[in-house]
Design a protein around this ligand. Structure first.
Ligand code: HEC
Ligand code: HEC
Ligand code: HEC
Ligand code: HEC
Ligand code: HEC
Ligand code: HEC
Ligand code: HEC
Ligand code: HEC
Ligand code: HEC
Length: 263
């Protein structure tokens, strides 16, 4: 009798599910009888699934889950649930990405399985466009890194040490790939030994200019930066958009020199 059932299961099984290998947890869990989405094997299965649904889900009093007189809730609040197995200190950093900080791990990761790397809900960079305006990253000229390796080449999706979730200051990030532009020599030829600045000075386009009395000649008005507007540091990103641009060379303005200089 046992043999018959074995035969039955194998033959009928093959006939109906076309030999797709079931995920390891499939035979074990009664849950997937109804949650058939988890029956389909995905390319990447979260290793935590091996430990069973009960690692993360438990029954509790409350509204009735179908077939139960209890509801099914998470064994722990997010993101603590994830930190039961993942080292929180490895993901932390001074500058924190908003959805990560608020424990919304599942806005990017599927907790169960996915066809994308790192069990992401969408492949990178699409996963970023679920919240960030895609149009800003897909203008006429796209920085080729984004198409080839995605956003996480430059940004840590969780947290990082520098503003904008970068692993190092802006210019250092760029120079890892563009060594020959590491000094300002490439910007323009300047007479004498002077080199165009690319850091260590304020970007004039981010300052507001106001008229104030000249400290040398009290009765004369001169143009000075508004002390209430701190401005941003000049970096590669002052002249080149790190993502995409409507102008050649990823310039942040069509006539780039006029962004900061009046000629
Ligand atoms: C009899 C069929 C059936 C079984 C067996 C079943 N579920 Fe469900 N479950 C449902 C339905 C129907 C819903 C509501 C619709 C939905 O969200 O998919 C649901 C919803 C859920 C939810 C969403 C949260 C909620 O309560 O709204 C979770 C989590 C869940 N089930 C986990 C489990 C786990 C874990 C098991 C195994 C212990 C399990 N289910 C077994 C049918 C079932
Ligand atoms: C690593 C922890 C973990 C394991 C293991 C796990 N789940 Fe979940 N599950 C979650 C989290 C977290 C959510 C909430 C997802 C969200 O916020 O959208 C969830 C949500 C669900 C839902 C709600 C609908 C959905 O797909 O988002 C169902 C149904 C569900 N789980 C079923 C299961 C079943 C069945 C198993 C076992 C085969 C299982 N889960 C194993 C963490 C887990
Ligand atoms: C029961 C332990 C356990 C829990 C709980 C758990 N994980 Fe995991 N997770 C693992 C193991 C084991 C691996 C594989 C080894 C590794 O990469 O650390 C893994 C891998 C991952 C990976 C990498 C997948 C890949 O393909 O490289 C991500 C992303 C991840 N987990 C996210 C989460 C999130 C989000 C949560 C909370 C919803 C969570 N994990 C909860 C055990 C767990
Ligand atoms: C904004 C989207 C986003 C959020 C929110 C997010 N992650 Fe991730 N996570 C990613 C991406 C993208 C990767 C892949 C990074 C890479 O390939 O370098 C990743 C990778 C991982 C990995 C694998 C790390 C490794 O070195 O392989 C783990 C574990 C992980 N995330 C856990 C979490 C946990 C836990 C949370 C919530 C506290 C979380 N993530 C929130 C996008 C996100
Ligand atoms: C669930 C929504 C969500 C997803 C998905 C998401 N982000 Fe964000 N991101 C935010 C929010 C909210 C902010 C903060 C608001 C703001 O400054 O615009 C932010 C800010 C940022 C910042 C600026 C941080 C700073 O401190 O200046 C960067 C860089 C960033 N996200 C990159 C990414 C990348 C890369 C991805 C894909 C791996 C991604 N985001 C996916 C919601 C999201
Ligand atoms: C080549 C490196 C690089 C890549 C690849 C990259 N970024 Fe950035 N990103 C930066 C730098 C540098 C800044 C800071 C710019 C500044 O200081 O003005 C930044 C700033 C941001 C900001 C905050 C400021 C703003 O412009 O809104 C967001 C959000 C962001 N990036 C998202 C993304 C997303 C989403 C992707 C993938 C589609 C991506 N980045 C790919 C380098 C990169
Ligand atoms: C991971 C490597 C990498 C990093 C980091 C990187 N780039 Fe690029 N960059 C590329 C590649 C690849 C191209 C495409 C080269 C080509 O098409 O010839 C490119 C192209 C460019 C171009 C366009 C050149 C042209 O001829 O139109 C500019 C400008 C540029 N990058 C600036 C930057 C800036 C600014 C940063 C820092 C925010 C940066 N890059 C960081 C790899 C990188
Ligand atoms: C003050 C504005 C300015 C700054 C700051 C600046 N660049 Fe440029 N960059 C230019 C101009 C102008 C060109 C165009 C030269 C030309 O006409 O081909 C250029 C061209 C480039 C190119 C294309 C070179 C080629 O011939 O294909 C790359 C790559 C580049 N810059 C990277 C960087 C990096 C990396 C930084 C920061 C370390 C940086 N730039 C800082 C103005 C700037
Ligand atoms: C993002 C702002 C910015 C852009 C864009 C920019 N510059 Fe500059 N430029 C500066 C700053 C700041 C200085 C230093 C001024 C000082 O020392 O007072 C400077 C200095 C110079 C100098 C040295 C002479 C002087 O006035 O001190 C020349 C020449 C120059 N820039 C030409 C150019 C040219 C040509 C372009 C276009 C290819 C350009 N700049 C684009 C910010 C910029």
């Amino acid at each position: 009798m046992k043999r018959f059932w074995y035969f039955f299961v194998v033959v009928v099984g093959i006939a109906f599910i076309e030999i797709t290998p079931l995920p390891i947890y499939a035979e074990e869990s009664p849950c997937i009888e109804c949650h058939i989405k988890l029956k389909e094997s995905a390319k990447n299965i979260h290793a935590a699934m091996k430990t069973g649904c009960e690692t993360c889900h438990r029954k509790d009093a409350g509204k009735n889950h179908p077939g139960e007189n209890k509801s099914i809730v998470l064994t722990e609040n997010m993101p603590k649930l994830c930190y039961n197995c993942h080292d929180e200190s490895k993901l932390k950093g001074e500058v924190v990405h908003a959805p990560f900080g608020s424990g919304m791990c599942t806005s990017c990761h599927d907790p169960h399985q996915s066809n994308n790397d790192k069990i992401l809900r969408e492949p990178s960079p699409e996963v970023c466009y679920t919240c960030h305006d895609k149009a800003k990253f897909t203008k006429k000229y796209i920085h080729n890194v984004i198409n080839v390796v995605g956003c996480v080449t430059c940004h840590n999706p969780h947290a990082a040490s520098f503003p904008a979730l970068l692993p190092s200051p802006v210019n250092d990030v760029c120079i890892t790939c563009h060594k020959s532009q590491s000094a300002g020599r490439h910007v323009t030829a300047i007479p004498g030994k002077k080199i165009h600045p690319i850091k260590g000075i304020k970007d004039p386009s981010t300052l507001r200019w106001i008229m104030a009395p000249d400290p040398l000649k009290g009765n004369r008005q001169i143009r000075v930066p508004d002390p209430n507007v701190p401005g941003k540091e000049l970096t590669c990103a002052s002249c080149h958009d790190p993502h995409s641009s409507d102008y050649r060379r990823l310039f942040t303005a069509q006539r780039i020199c006029l962004k900061c200089h009046e000629y």
